[in-house]
Ligand binder design. Structure first.
Ligand SMILES: Nc1ncnc2c1ncn2[C@@H]1O[C@H](COP(=O)(O)OP(=O)(O)OP(=O)(O)O)[C@@H](O)[C@H]1O
Ligand SMILES: [Mg+2]
Length: 399
């Protein structure tokens, strides 16, 4: 395998690199000997240079700067995995130009052998690490699986409406690959919002103690319309109190092995149980309203998560009852919270009506403006058929 390609017809350049490695390169190095004056298009040169999948492309000092930078710019887009080394005398604005063109390393032609070898070896090691990571990711069955936790600092913001519609919408896009978990352990209403009468709840899962595994956990899920699975909250608030915090991470971890999407509804604020869910989440969905107290508390919640170092997860912001007129506009809300509004759901009587009937609005009335907004949230996670996004599919499908 060729790992280094030298773009330069100059034999002295090849010798310079080989000597830095004290002759240890052998077949790892290929020289591209076309004269720079006769180079074809940058795309053609880039294709020739990267034939064989090298880790490094190094331009020799004899390649005119503009030519080298032009090809580097193309490589930056076409082959971002390749480290580009430019060997040239650094002048005035060179660093800036090179950086803008995506050159990774600039070496002067009079660099000492040690420095040359170090730079090349560093790039080769980085490529090894990148390859190892890619393989590990490809072997990981949970790759691409999302644990989406829906939160708001206060009760009544619309978390359960958002999570039940998100789960049902995702199940339309990925039937059988979605689970919803009710972490409002004391007063959860996911079962009600989906018209489910669960045989088992989180309280039964807690009883499994050391015997919790995916097979037993799946037995405790309640199917909804054959395409979505729910882990419901205990019937009694007292049972909810007994659920240990440790259980949450384990349960969500197991579910995310099996389901492509795990949607988690929570109670208001950041309880210990919610925190355990946030720790394994890939995505946070913040639900907020237009009034000053909710905006303030949501800002505090966002800041608290920042302070806890939870900044890796993708953040989504749903502004609920977005048409409420209370003197704040969307820009004020976004500026205060520091998140831009991804989905804005207006107030609609259809929401409590469908919620109370146990039929989330994305399936009860997919053509309604509210359902279309909610499908925009779904579309942030899964490919939604265009007709469904426009409210033309899944019309009045019963639960
Ligand atoms: N956009 C809306 N228009 C009209 N009613 C709404 C809207 N969003 C939510 N509601 C209603 O507001 C009430 C509270 O919503 P929901 O239960 O989803 O909030 P929550 O954040 O889950 O509350 P809790 O923290 O108590 O669980 C419900 O009756 C719901 O139907
Ligand atoms: Mg709720």
């Amino acid at each position: 395998m060729t790992r280094i390609v030298l773009a330069s017809p100059d034999l002295a350049f090849e010798t310079w690199v080989r000597e830095a490695f004290e002759g240890r390169l052998n077949g790892d190095l290929r020289q591209y000997t076309d004269e720079p004056e006769s180079y074809g298009s940058v795309a053609d040169v880039a294709t020739d240079l990267t034939a064989g999948g090298p880790d490094i492309v190094a331009f020799g000092p004899d390649v005119p700067l503009d030519t080298a930078l032009g090809v580097a710019r193309h490589l930056d887009r076409s082959n971002p995995e390749v480290t580009v080394i430019l060997v040239t005398k650094p002048t005035g604005k060179l660093w800036e130009q090179a950086m803008k063109a995506g050159v990774d390393v600039v070496l002067t032609p009079d660099a000492l052998a040690d420095e040359v070898r170090d730079e090349f070896e560093r790039a080769l090691e980085a490529a090894e690490r990148r390859r190892a990571n890619v393989t590990a990711e490809a072997d990981d069955p949970s790759r691409g699986h999302r644990v989406i936790v829906v939160i708001s600092p206060k009760g009544g913001a619309g978390k359960s409406v958002v999570s039940s519609n998100l789960a049902v919408g995702l199940a339309q896009a990925a039937p059988g690959k979605v689970a919803i978990v009710d972490l409002d352990l004391q007063f959860g209403d996911v079962a009600g919002s989906l018209q489910l009468i669960p045989d088992h709840t989180m309280a039964d899962v807690a009883q499994l103690n050391g015997h919790l595994d995916l097979t037993s956990l799946k037995v405790y899920l309640t199917p909804h319309a054959g395409s979505l699975y729910a882990l419901c909250a205990p019937d009694s608030p007292v049972d909810g109190e007994q659920i240990s915090v440790d259980l949450i991470g384990k349960v969500l971890g197991l579910l995310s092995e099996e389901f492509r999407f795990v949607v988690v509804d929570t109670s208001g604020g950041i309880s210990e149980h919610t925190l355990a869910a946030l720790e394994v989440a890939t995505d946070f969905v913040f639900v907020g309203a237009m009034d000053v107290p909710s905006v303030r508390s949501l800002r505090k919640e966002v800041e608290a998560l920042d302070a806890l170092g939870m900044t890796q997860q993708k953040r989504h912001f749903v502004l609920n009852r977005s048409d409420t007129r209370v003197g704040l506009d969307r820009g004020d809300v976004e500026a205060t919270i520091g998140l831009s509004v991804d989905v804005a759901i207006p107030s609609s009587r259809a929401i409590p009506v469908s919620f109370n009937q146990g039929q989330p609005i994305v399936s009860a009335d997919p053509r309604s403006p509210v359902a279309r907004e909610l499908m925009k949230l779904v579309a942030r996670f899964a490919e939604v058929p265009a007709a469904a996004a426009a409210g033309g599919l899944f019309r009045r499908r019963t639960a």
